[in-house]
Design a protein around this ligand. Structure first.
Ligand code: GTP
Ligand code: MG
Length: 357
C-alpha cells in the first residue's frame, strides 16, 4: 500500500449567475418597468484545517472539486442564490503548492498552537446585474443584463508533512520500528529483514504528566537514497520538520556494516539530500537537525564489542547511547534525553525534574 501524503486535485470556484431580463407584468399596467434581479455569486474555494484528519487519503477518490454556481437572477427583482462554497478539509500541516512546486499556502498550526484560519483560495465569480440595474432616464426599458463572471480553476498539489517532533533515521533493520513500539503505543510491523517498514509510523511518547512528543519511524535509508534508491527518500520529507533525529545504528555483530561507517553513510545521504533541496524556499536542511546517536541491540553484543564501538565514536567526539529495545535497556534514559533536547529550552535549559521522566 502506498502511503498517500501527496495529492494533486483540480479545484474551481463557482461561476456567477447571470442577471435577469424581465419586466413587470401587472394587470392594469401595460408596460411595466424592468424588474430583472442580479445573478448569485459563485461559491468560493476554501481550505480548512480539521485536526481530526491525519492524512490526505479522503481526497484521493476525486480529482475535480467544484464550488456551486450562482443561480440566475429572476423577475420581481429576485436575486439568484449564491453558489455553495467548496470547503476542502485537510489535516494540520498540509502545504498547498502549485503544480510546479511553488508554495501557495502553509496550513501548519499557528505558532501559538491555535488552529490556522480558513484559507480562502479562489473567489467565486460575481453574479451579473439584472436589467433593473441598467434602467436610466434615457433607457426606461433596458433589454440587457450582465452575464455572471466565471469562477477560477486551478490545479493544486497538496502535501502533508507529518508533524512529528522526533524522527528516527537509520539503515533498514537497525531496529527503528522496534524502538517506536517500546516507547509509544505504535504497533508497526517488525521483522528480521530490511525494508519492513514501507510507510512512516507515528507514535506519541509520554514524557511527563503534561508533556508528550511525537516520534516518527520512517523506512530505512540506504546509500543512494537521495537519488531515490530504496524507500527512504520520499519519507525524508516527513522528518524535515522534526526538531530532533534519533540516529539509530545496529550495534549487533550481525549488522551488515561497521556502526561508525553506517553512521557516516546515513549522514552523507542527508547531506546530499540537503544539496538537492537547498533551493526550495521552505526547506530546513536535515544536517542542521540535532542528532542523538543511539546504538541498538545492546543485548546482542558483548562488552568488548560495546567498548570498541564506543571508542570508535569517541574518536569523533561522540558518545552514543547504547540501548536494547528488546531488553528495555536504557529506554528511559533515551526518552529523558529526547525530552531534554525538545523541552530543555522551554525550561531554561535546566531539563526536566528527574521524577517526571
Ligand atoms: N537483539 C535485538 N534485536 C533487535 C532489537 N531491536 C530490533 N531488533 C531486531 O532487529 C530486526 C529489525 O527490527 P525492525 O524494528 O523491524 O528494524 P527497522 O529499523 O524498523 O527496519 P526497516 O523497517 O526495514 O527499516 C528485527 O528482527 C528485530 O527483532 C534489540 O534491541 N535487540
Ligand atoms: Mg521498520
Amino acid at each position: 500500500m502506498k502511503f498517500i501524503d501527496e495529492i494533486q486535485i483540480l479545484v474551481a470556484s463557482g461561476n456567477g449567475g447571470p442577471g435577469c431580463v424581465s419586466f413587470r407584468r401587472e394587470s392594469g399596467v401595460p408596460r411595466g418597468g424592468p424588474d430583472g434581479g442580479d445573478g448569485g455569486k459563485g461559491g468560493d474555494v476554501i481550505f480548512r484545517v480539521n485536526p481530526q484528519i491525519s492524512s490526505l487519503l479522503d481526497l484521493r477518490y476525486k480529482k475535480h472539486y467544484r464550488a456551486g454556481n450562482g443561480l440566475p437572477g429572476e423577475g420581481a427583482n429576485r436575486s439568484g442564490s449564491n453558489g455553495e462554497d467548496l470547503v476542502i478539509e485537510v489535516p494540520p500541516g498540509t502545504l498547498i503548492r502549485d503544480p510546479s512546486g511553488v508554495l501557495i499556502h502553509d496550513l501548519s498550526e499557528a505558532t501559538d498552537g491555535a488552529a490556522p484560519e480558513d484559507f480562502l483560495f479562489l473567489k467565486g465569480g460575481l453574479g451579473g446585474k439584472g436589467n433593473t440595474f441598467y434602467k436610466s432616464s434615457v433607457n426606461q426599458a433596458p433589454h440587457v443584463a450582465q452575464k455572471g463572471l466565471p469562477g477560477e480553476e486551478r490545479e493544486v498539489h497538496l502535501e502533508l508533512k507529518l508533524l512529528a517532533d522526533v524522527g528516527i533515521i537509520g539503515f533498514p533493520n537497525a531496529g527503528k520500528s522496534t524502538l517506536i513500539s517500546v516507547i509509544s503505543a505504535a504497533k508497526p510491523k517488525i521483522a528480521d529483514y530490511p525494508f519492513t517498514t514501507l510507510v512512516p509510523n507515528l507514535g506519541v511518547v509520554k514524557y511527563s504528566d503534561d508533556k508528550n512528543f511525537v516520534v516518527a519511524d520512517i523506512p530505512g535509508l540506504i546509500p543512494g537514497a537521495h537519488q531515490g534508491v530504496g524507500l527512504g527518500i520520499q519519507f525524508l520529507r516527513h522528518v524535515e520538520r522534526t526538531q530532533l533525529f534519533i540516529h539509530l545504528i545496529d550495534g549487533s555483530p550481525m549488522a551488515p556494516q561497521d556502526p561508525l561507517l553506517a553512521f557516516d553513510e546515513i549522514n552523507k545521504e542527508l547531506e546530499l539530500y540537503d544539496q538537492a533541496h537547498q533551493d526550495q524556499e521552505d526547506f530546513r536542511p536535515l544536517m542542521e537537525h540535532p542528532q542523538l546517536v543511539v546504538i541498538s541491540k545492546l543485548d546482542a553484543m558483548d562488552q568488548e564489542r560495546q567498548t570498541e564501538i564506543a571508542e570508535s565514536f569517541q574518536e569523533r567526539g561522540l558518545s552514543p547511547l547504547f540501548i536494547s529495545a528488546v531488553a528495555r535497556t536504557n529506554i528511559k534514559e533515551l526518552i529523558h534525553a529526547m525530552g531534554q533536547k525538545l523541552f530543555g529550552l522551554e525550561r531554561g535549559l535546566q531539563g526536566p525534574q528527574e521524577e517526571s521522566v
